[in-house]
Design a protein around this ligand. Structure first.
Ligand SMILES: [Zn+2]
Length: 458
């Protein structure tokens, strides 16, 4: 009996000490990763190149193809086991020219607009019509079509400034960009103007994709800045009749061949278990796509680079993916999941960084409770890096198809969101608005999470 208890106790003490040695080793490697990235910050230099030498890169554009070539070349230099492209056909929307003015009692004053992505243009002549202000969708639905017919609807729905996590404000607001234009068309409107889906108080309009409901005519739709929207609101409050002239020549061209860029380091013990992480290579066609999503792209590259440069050999396979066409089609994310199915690949985790390059504080997740608990058991290892939040729900758009097809656990890096929607999809999203250490911290947090899962599984 004594002997049995002794053996039992010994067993406990051995596993406890190997556990604490694991923790010590993990925390030492995590610190090494952090020191390395903070003193090299190659991801920041990569982002400078992507933003300043290639610039914005909407799907189908020559810049998008330059970004593909740059991504492949950058990953080739790291010395991964495999770098390859996945062919994917993408939509090719072009902005063309755009001009607009507000007309009060015959007097025109110019207003800065940005067509919404995938929108149709007005034709060369432009459109002029009375403006109908709608503060929320219920207000529109209560109206009679006679009141809407032939008008330009101004959706004046505000970004809620009271949420600390600004992504909570984005959700309700973004409907007015992607869905509401067709609701206006259904009621007979001939055009739509939206208040930008943005937290910023400045005069930059923010673009972003819309989806037409094909049951109704596709009508032109543009965004105006929050300051211009305030001004327009005041003008409409003061005068009974306000009209608007809009001329846009944006159009959807034929699909273009493009690519996802993929690079991997093979696992030493379980090479069939793949941990995928990435961001999207395409951006909107204004600004430089620095936060959205140049940051995620260079962070994903940095994960592989830090493993190689520190000589860390993952037990499971690491794969960085630079997805194409997240913004106006998600074709790259869908293609990646299709090919994963075709190739019978097993993804144990997918991580996306597509919420900007600011200081990270956690990960949102969509996965079973046991897997979430496994990740949360590492929380104390992240505390020294001010990364503490593991309870929010959410993954990334590009890895959504993996989740839907295979039930793959997905997660997204969560950076501080205070400035993101000031810049997102506008001329403000430029390299200068990225801070070197903040961007590097995102790469560090991603690398540390990838390291833990690559060693311990999920
Ligand atoms: Zn994005």
């Amino acid at each position: 009996m004594m002997k049995k208890i002794f053996v039992l106790l010994l067993g406990v003490s051995v596993s406890a000490s190997s556990f604490s040695q694991d923790v010590k080793k993990d925390s030492a490697v995590m610190k090494q990763i952090s020191n390395h990235i903070l003193t090299n910050y190659q991801c920041y230099n990569d982002l400078r190149y992507l933003c300043k030498h290639i610039g914005h890169r909407i799907s189908g554009s020559p810049q998008a193809e330059q970004a593909v070539a740059w991504g492949k070349e950058t990953l080739d230099k790291i010395g991964c086991d495999r770098v390859f492209l996945q062919e994917v056909m993408v939509p090719h929307w072009v902005r063309g020219e755009e001009e607009a003015s507000v007309i009060v009692k015959g007097k025109k004053s110019g207003i800065h607009i940005a067509s919404l992505g995938n929108a149709v243009g007005t034709g060369e002549q432009g459109i002029t019509a009375k403006l109908l202000r709608i503060n929320n969708i219920d207000e529109l639905k209560r109206m009679s079509p006679d009141d809407v017919k032939g008008k330009i609807v101004f959706f004046n729905f505000r970004f809620d400034q009271t949420n600390i996590n600004t992504f909570e404000s984005y959700g309700p607001c973004v409907y007015y960009r992607w869905g509401a234009p067709s609701e206006a068309s259904k009621m007979g409107a001939i055009g739509v103007v939206i208040r930008s889906v943005s937290s910023a108080y400045d005069n930059k309009p923010h673009t972003g994709t819309l989806t037409y409901n094909k049951e109704y005519p596709s009508i032109p739709a543009v965004a105006i800045s929050n300051l211009d929207a305030d001004q327009l609101e005041q003008t409409m409050n003061a005068k009974k009749e306000v009209s608007m002239y809009i001329r846009t020549t944006c159009q959807m061209l034929a699909d273009v061949k493009s690519h996802n860029v993929v690079a991997e380091i093979k696992g030493t013990e379980n090479p069939d278990e793949i941990i995928v992480f990435g961001g999207h290579l395409d951006s909107w066609d204004i600004g430089e796509g620095a936060h959205d999503d140049g940051a995620g792209v260079v962070q994903a590259i940095e994960v592989l680079r830090v493993f190689k440069e520190l000589g860390i050999r993952p037990k499971r396979t690491l794969r960085a993916v630079l997805f194409m066409n997240e913004e106006n089609g998600l074709r790259g994310g869908k293609k990646y999941a299709e090919l994963a199915e075709e190739n019978h690949e097993k993804h144990i985790l997918a991580i996306e960084s597509d919420a900007g390059g600011a200081t990270p504080y956690g990960f949102s997740m969509e996965m079973d409770k046991d897997k979430r608990d496994a990740i949360k058991s590492w929380a104390s290892l992240f505390m020294p890096y001010n990364v503490w939040s593991f309870d929010r729900e959410g993954g990334g758009a590009d890895i959504g198809p993996l989740k839907r097809k295979f039930g793959t656990p997905i997660m997204e890096l969560m950076p501080d969101s205070q400035r993101y929607f000031d810049m997102h999809h506008s001329d403000n999203d430029i390299f200068e608005n990225i801070q070197r250490r903040e961007l590097s911290l995102g790469a560090i947090t991603m690398s540390q999470m990838v390291y833990l899962v690559s060693m311990h599984g999920l």
